[in-house]
Design a protein around this ligand. Sequence first.
Ligand code: 2P0
Length: 325
Amino acid sequence: MKATAKAHTNIALIKYWGKRDESLILPMNNSLSLTLDGFYTTTTVSFKEELTEDRFFLNDHPIKGEQYNRVTKFLNLIRDYAQRTGLYAEVSSTNHVPTAAGFASSASGFAALAAASTRALDMQITEQELSRLTRQGSGSACRSVYGGFVEWEQGMEDDGSDSYAVQVAPKDHWDVRVAAVVLSDTMKKVSSRAGMKRTVDTSPFYSSWVSSIPDDLTQIKKGIDDCDFEKVGQIAEANCLKMHATTLGANPPFTYWHDTTMAVMQEVRAMRERGIPAFFTIDAGPNVKVLYLPQHEAAVQKYLREIPGVHDVIVSRSGQGVTYL
Ligand code: 2P0
């Protein structure tokens, strides 16, 4: 009744932004990501008859409050599914995701928790089922079940039975790199959960965002198939800008960008003018991720590090899906 799993974060190239069902975590649109080898969570789950409640340790510290509640709520789902109500667990997670890098550790965290808890209960489930369960912990986490390029299919059903991720191309299909640009000033942000809800509820730009997604997906998947970096980069960058535009139309309006966010975006455009193909994407925070090809790694790192306000640059390659240790 004990298992350990490892899962990596992912960076969305076509963003998940908005839910049609908040309790089941069903998205308004399909999204597509690249799993990253540089950032991961390892989680050990041990179910024990003698426990009267779940215990959760993160980086060796006991956790209570909101984070604990999200873990317990997710374990309730697994217990229901496995028909093991009343059997509690000790969960111990280690995050190898520097918070400052601006990656949601919830993606690697819930993918590792889902994999370890289902394995600990010896549940015989497919990867598709694992992704469907993981989705209910955190939406973007369902993509981290798989390595390489991954699409989360929003599904049509109200019960979420057809909303899970599928692999578009494996990790070794194409060596695309991602530099996470860490900024020195960090401000409290609107959480992605609250930000996407406010956008869905109030932004007049939201419906245009949703209707633009199918074409972006068709084009980017063709680009991934063909290893066409210009195409993939252009679509990802434009998709990110469209997502962020929806937040400016929300009520009250908001943006995740800082001055340095824009400075990094401008430097990426300047690199392209110098002949270095590089493209940016930004999630629900101020940090920028830059896509580039291996032969440009040294130049991209150098230019990014020279920008005032940039604290660090952490590079990543395409990563693998969930593994068991
Ligand atoms: C993404 N983000 O596709 C998008 C882009 C942020 C911007 O998925 O409420 O932490 O747990 O389902 O997955 C962040 O949202 O939200 C996110 P929940 P999640 O990666």
